[in-house]
Design a protein around this ligand. Structure first.
Ligand SMILES: Cc1ncc(C[n+]2csc(CCOP(=O)(O)OP(=O)(O)O)c2C)c(N)n1
Ligand code: SF4
Length: 308
């Protein structure tokens, strides 16, 4: 596989051949979740089978009215059971002797909350499934409610800011690390400001799924829910990586590795000030978020040092 990864094309070259998705999309201005879907489709290949659930990716991945936006085989699943549906499909294709890559693509509300039981079960059974969670830190499609991915201090429609409230009062769930603790063949984080890094991880995912369950967690700002300028989503992704708020790492067969180390991490506030949902935070709350981010990064570094 190392040889294959060294020979990967430049990321722009992926977009030169036939596109499985039609031009345009049904997302809000500046939403990069659709770019995520397009890259997944390019690297997984036109014969990959997609599964999705209700959420912001639904208009693009399910289609709208009687029209589809792509040419992949697609299964629309309930939020509670996407990993169970994927299990059935993966086993069916295997039994039928068909070499098919099964790819679930859902939001964090589905992956971390509503669907976590079946995801954890499928991971423990080591099913041949790739699960991609696009993390926009909330239930965006139903009106920007908080999910377990929403960070401390964020303003959402269910954690509003007022005289006595600072937004969400608890930390987010560290979902990629939870999945890594399932000891599955491959887990990685990715984001859209680092497309080469993401493309490599998708390529590895396609290979590693032959050994079992693969989980990719993709940081994916929501311009509307986060109050981010439509032209700033990629800047926010980059700031999240450069502050170690969202470090890019992978673990394959027990070996953890930071794939994009940051020599001089920036203070988390450099990222927070690009995002309206944090605008009300004072120094005290910002230091809580900085501390939480530092703690998580220390755990990651410790895991990386085990087999370094
Ligand atoms: C079991 C279940 N509970 C609630 C809903 C209602 N619902 C539809 S879309 C959605 C939001 C999904 O959030 P997420 O998975 O994070 O995706 P996003 O909208 O953020 O892209 C919800 C809660 C549902 N369809 N099924
Ligand atoms: S609400 Fe957010 S995640 Fe949903 S389509 Fe709009 S920008 Fe994208």
């Amino acid at each position: 596989m190392a040889e294959k990864l060294n020979k990967l094309p430049k990321v722009t070259e992926y977009f030169c051949d036939e596109d499985q998705f039609s031009p345009g999309n049904a997302c809000c201005p500046g939403c990069i979740m659709e770019l995520n879907l397009r890259l997944v489709s390019k690297i997984m290949g036109k014969d990959s089978i997609l599964l999705g659930t209700p959420g912001c990716s639904a208009p693009t991945i399910h289609g709208q009215n009687d029209r589809a936006w792509h040419k992949h085989s697609y299964y629309a699943c309930v939020m509670t059971g996407v990993a169970s549906s994927a299990t059935g499909l993966a086993r069916y294709y295997k039994k039928a002797g068909i070499d098919a890559t099964i790819v679930c693509h859902t939001g964090d509300g589905c992956a971390q909350d509503i669907g976590i039981q079946t995801i954890s079960g499928a991971a423990e059974r080591n099913e041949n499934i790739i699960y991609i969670c696009y993390d926009n830190e909330g239930y965006m499609n139903t009106g920007v409610q908080r999910s377990s991915a929403t960070p401390y201090g964020a303003a959402t429609s269910t954690t509003p800011v007022g005289l006595k409230s600072i937004g969400k009062t608890t930390n987010s769930k560290n979902m990629p690390m939870i999945m890594a603790m399932h000891d599955i063949p491959y887990v990685a984080t990715a984001t859209l400001s680092h497309l080469e890094d993401y493309a490599k991880k998708l390529t590895k995912a396609k290979e590693m799924v032959k050994q079992g369950f693969v989980y990719l967690h993709v940081f994916c700002p929501c311009t509307v829910g986060w109050k981010v300028k439509p032209d700033s989503s990629i800047t926010v992704c980059r700031a999240a990586v450069q502050s170690n708020y969202f470090p890019l790492w992978e673990v394959g067969n027990g070996a953890y590795r930071i794939t994009q180390p940051v020599a001089k991490p920036k203070p988390i506030n450099e990222m927070l000030k690009l995002i309206g949902k944090f605008n009300h935070l004072k120094d005290q709350e910002i230091s809580v978020l900085q501390q939480q981010s530092d703690n998580r990064f220390s755990i990651l570094q410790a895991l990386c040092s085990i087999r370094a």
